[in-house]
Design a protein around this ligand. Structure first.
Ligand code: PEP
Ligand code: MG
Length: 327
């Protein structure tokens, strides 16, 4: 199986009926560029930037971040690199900095990610300027984590506009057309996907958090891990709604949560209309193999059937049968 997987991995991710799927990589560190290339990913769908911050007690400077983002963008050009702004807090606390991140009784619903950035504009702007400056050296896209609604997205975009104006005033080059996306990982964002889709260039669905918040199942609590069900009808209906609203506004939808890396769920996601899957590089071969073994027409029928079903266990069993019968 191993050699079959690696062989398939050199081929493009095309279904038996000729549909191409974009497969991208999730990374956290600059030195993962090699992995992205070795596993033939078509760019980075999620650059988690927290690592730059978790390294030390102080915040990385604009210059330090610029070097990191530029290195990745330049190495992978013309492939896109989607840089996610800071997602500290929740499961990624900055323990070394209790002044900025006070202890909370419910960190997953607390002061994290875009909420933290909007209240710390100095830290946020250093990162936004670093990303903008790196955009002059490759195909850089930016996305905001944990967006809950339209006003928050507008506030983040207003800070981005300030940063652009500052760079313009100093004559510093950046990509004026850099795409800006929203992560859809909070139920309120999914429910208002129709309006969010009007204000951004792409969606990236963070299923790790989206499932956690939809099902009220703490993603890091082992005691209830068996209740964390990606095949829950609520998850599947929500994904369908996100994709449908994105389609109406002609923006793309990727999935960068763990669900995208599970070959059992890949036909379901693609059948629902997801355009792009992003995962850690070593997870790519199994996903590509699954895509090359299936027909998109069958995946669409699978998704339609899943949308009619009500039992998470039955939906999971159907997805497993689909996968097993083809690979
Ligand atoms: C997610 O929530 O699915 C996601 C991709 O982001 P993270 O796991 O970093 O929260
Ligand atoms: Mg998340």
């Amino acid at each position: 199986l191993e050699s079959r997987l690696l062989e398939a991995n050199r081929e493009p991710a095309i279904t038996l009926d000729g549909e191409k799927v974009a497969i991208m990589a999730n990374i956290e560190k600059v030195d993962e560029i090699r992995l992205v290339q070795d596993y033939s990913a078509e760019g980075v769908g999620l650059f988690r930037t927290e690592y730059l911050y978790l390294n030390s007690a102080r915040m990385p400077s604009e210059g330090e971040q610029f070097v990191a983002y530029k290195t990745v963008a330049e190495a992978l050009a013309p492939h896109p690199v989607v840089i996610r702004t800071l997602d500290l807090g929740g499961d990624k606390p900055m323990a070394s900095n209790p002044a900025l991140f006070p202890k909370e009784s419910n960190p997953f619903m607390g002061f994290r990610a875009i909420r933290f950035c909007l209240e710390n504009p100095g830290i946020f702007k250093d990162q936004l300027r670093a990303i903008l400056l790196a955009s002059a050296f490759g195909n850089v896209k930016l996305m905001y984590p944990m967006i809950s609604g339209r006003e928050e997205l507008a506030r983040a975009n207003a800070v981005l506009a300030e940063c652009k104006a500052e760079l313009r005033a100093k004559g510093q080059a950046f990509d004026e057309h850099m795409a800006v996306g929203a992560m859809i990982e909070i139920p309120s964002a999914a429910v208002t996907a129709d309006v969010l889709a009007q204000d951004c260039d792409f969606f990236s669905v963070g299923t790790n958090d989206l499932i956690q918040y939809l099902l009220a199942i703490d993603r890091v609590n082992d005691r209830i891990a068996h209740l964390y069900e990606p095949a829950h009808p609520a998850v599947i209906r929500t994904l369908k709604q996100i994709v449908d609203e994105a389609r109406k506004q002609k923006i793309s939808v990727s999935v960068c949560g763990e669900m995208a890396a599970d070959p059992v769920f890949v036909p379901l996601l693609l059948g629902l209309g997801v355009d792009c899957l992003s995962m850690t590089p070593p997870q790519i071969p199994a996903v590509k193999y699954a895509i090359r073994s299936m027909a998109m027409g069958d995946a669409r029928r699978l998704a339609a059937e899943a949308l009619r079903m009500t039992s998470p266990k039955a939906i999971l069993a159907m997805c497993e049968d689909f996968y097993r019968s083809r690979t």
